[in-house]
Design a binder for this molecule. Structure first.
Ligand code: SF4
Length: 336
């Protein structure tokens, strides 16, 4: 079944490392946004969805009545058989009442932008919340009866050490899901040319984190994603498994009827199951992907297996944690 993504393009401030499309929140923009989403919904037939994901931006900046308005239109127009309904939140945009209201709207999964539980690291990242606010937010979410909480953490933050990362993981070990991203300095961001990430140090942090999360019962299922048993993100798995989804919002992508769209324009008619696309997405997953019809790839795969970067699992190949660190090179070789 299809996944439905709603891109909410507002943030309270722009984080200095972020190159996602977002604009400053104002009530007027938000009202225009809700109207444009309603109109966009009306252009689709009555499709069936089993996952719903509000991402951004910072969707939790939207007032509850605006979120409700969008959800009412989604429910009226589409057929929902949801197994997962996620909203991304920033810790300083929600209190217990708002979290309870989000639960009452039908969201059953939160994705919380924590990044670190150390104030000096949050400050270096230019985040506007404190460690205390992040931890309070998780406690409030539990009190509001959320039983599926995901947190984003970051590796490679200036001043971060293995010890400080270890403490961040320990504090967050009771949530159901952790997404861990390596700080990437993108061009056209204030961090570009002013902040440097030490690749070797970050590689050590990544391998340390994989082991530490394993000790706390997290199963790695994707290059950056770890979950307790049964709490993998069903929506995001669709992207990596080349399954179809509709994206609502000006800067959302869709993949529908075998075509990829951006802003309602077709960007490629290439069939999704091309080898290189499947390799690129499938090799992000620990379940791996099948190379049985591709003898050239097998040759490369054997080379990487001997280096401990890749494993054969029946007729599939999957990268090891060390392999994930050099995944771009391996994916290039295997799909070239
Ligand atoms: S809150 Fe998220 S989307 Fe918004 S600027 Fe910061 S990192 Fe980017």
């Amino acid at each position: 079944m299809l996944g439905l993504y709603v891109h909410v393009p507002f943030c309270a401030i722009k984080c200095p490392y972020c190159d996602f499309y977002s604009t400053k929140y104002t009530k007027k923009y938000a009202l225009d946004f809700v109207e444009s989403i309603k109109q966009e919904i009306d252009t689709y037939p009555k499709l069936e969805f089993d996952t719903l994901y509000f991402g951004g931006g910072t969707p939790s900046l939207l007032p509850i009545e605006f979120l409700n308005e969008i959800l009412l239109n989604i429910r009226k127009h589409f057929s929902l058989k949801l197994c997962e309904s996620t909203i991304e939140i920033n810790p300083n945009t929600v209190n217990f009442d708002k979290l309870s209201a989000l639960k009452a709207l039908g969201f059953d999964r939160l994705s919380v932008g924590v990044q670190s539980i150390h104030d000096n690291e949050l400050l270096k990242l230019g985040r506007k919340h404190t460690a205390k606010q992040a931890l309070n937010c998780i406690e409030n979410a539990k009190k509001a009866k959320f039983e599926n909480i995901s947190v984003d953490i970051m590796l490679g933050i200036p001043e971060q050490t293995i010890e400080s990362l270890s403490k961040t993981i320990e504090k967050l070990k009771d949530v159901q899901h952790i997404s861990a991203y390596i700080l990437k300095i993108e061009e056209n961001t204030p961090f570009y040319g002013t902040v440097e990430v030490d690749d070797d140090e970050v590689a050590n942090m990544y391998l340390f984190m994989v082991e530490k999360l394993k000790q706390f019962g997290f199963i790695q299922y994707e290059i950056s994603n770890f979950s307790k048993q049964g709490f993998e993100s069903q929506h995001n798995l669709k992207y990596w498994r080349c399954e179809e989804y509709i994206g609502l919002g000006k800067s959302a992508h869709s993949f529908y009827n075998g075509k990829r769209y951006y802003d309602r324009n077709i960007i490629t008619e290439e069939h999704p199951a091309t080898y290189s696309e499947r390799a690129m997405l499938g090799l992000r997953l620990c379940e791996g992907f099948s190379i049985k019809d591709f003898s050239k790839a097998e040759e490369y795969a054997k080379k990487y297996e001997s280096l401990g970067l890749l494993e054969f699992k029946d007729d599939k190949i999957a990268l090891t944690p060390k392999g994930f660190l050099v995944s771009n090179t391996i994916i290039c070789d295997l799909s070239g």
